[in-house]
Design a binder for this molecule. Structure first.
Ligand SMILES: NC(=O)c1ccc[n+]([C@@H]2O[C@H](COP(=O)([O-])OP(=O)(O)OC[C@H]3O[C@@H](n4cnc5c(N)ncnc54)[C@H](OP(=O)(O)O)[C@@H]3O)[C@@H](O)[C@H]2O)c1
Length: 176
């Protein structure tokens, strides 16, 4: 099925996130779960794409770029230099960079601060819903109004020996 994605700027903004039932995404600058199938999903969706994420998420990635992707990191620190990463001080600059390099989609990888700031501009979301409540998280995905979005696909997987929690891959498209 084809969907029309509202996109007046030639660049689709796509959020990708794994989030618990209570909107938790992390604790102590790390993920709260290890779900190998979600890591594969993440790699498939982001491969060869421009990606943008916050400086704390860069720290969580051991300050190394994700291979096979155009890495952009948001920071207010003008001194930051990291090999293999384009450092930007403004989300708008990340968008302009992606457009200038000929990309039509920019993937937002988090974390909590960056999701909160970019959600109003997002056209599409890949949400891996992790079916568990994590009480002691310290990073969260912002609440969003489901009325503003179409849930266009949802595939649920059960917990198994490699996955401690059940999880659902959801695709959301913003209503025009
Ligand atoms: N579950 C998931 O899918 C997922 C995905 C990604 C991350 N995470 C988790 O999320 C947590 C990290 O999230 P977080 O909210 O603490 O941090 P974050 O969003 O990764 O990064 C925050 C940093 O981004 C920079 N920043 C924020 N707004 C900016 C702006 N408007 N302009 C320029 N720079 C800006 C600042 O860097 P400076 O301080 O350097 O100025 C700020 O400290 C970790 O636990 C991580 O594991 C989870």
């Amino acid at each position: 099925m084809l969907h029309h994605i509202p996109n007046q700027n030639l660049l689709t903004i796509t959020i990708i996130v794994a989030v618990s039932e209570n909107n938790a995404i992390g604790k102590n600058n790390a993920l709260l779960w290890h779900l190998p199938n979600d890591l594969k999903f993440f790699k498939n969706k982001t491969w060869a794409m421009p990606v943008v994420y916050g400086r704390k998420t860069l720290n969580a990635l051991n300050n190394r770029p994700l291979n096979g992707r155009l890495n952009m990191v948001l920071t207010r620190n003008n001194q930051l230099e990291v090999s293999g990463i384009i450092v930007v001080n403004d989300f708008e600059l990340a968008k302009q960079k992606a457009i200038s390099l000929g990309y039509r989609e920019l993937m937002v990888l988090g974390g909590g601060e960056i999701y909160a700031q970019t959600l109003p501009y997002a056209h599409k979301m890949y949400i891996t819903r992790v079916h568990h409540v994590f009480e002691d998280a310290d990073a969260f995905f912002p609440a969003f109004s489901e009325e503003d979005w179409y849930l266009t696909s949802a595939f649920q997987y059960f917990a198994d020996e490699k996955h401690a929690y059940a999880y659902t891959f959801e695709t959301w498209l913003r209503k025009i």
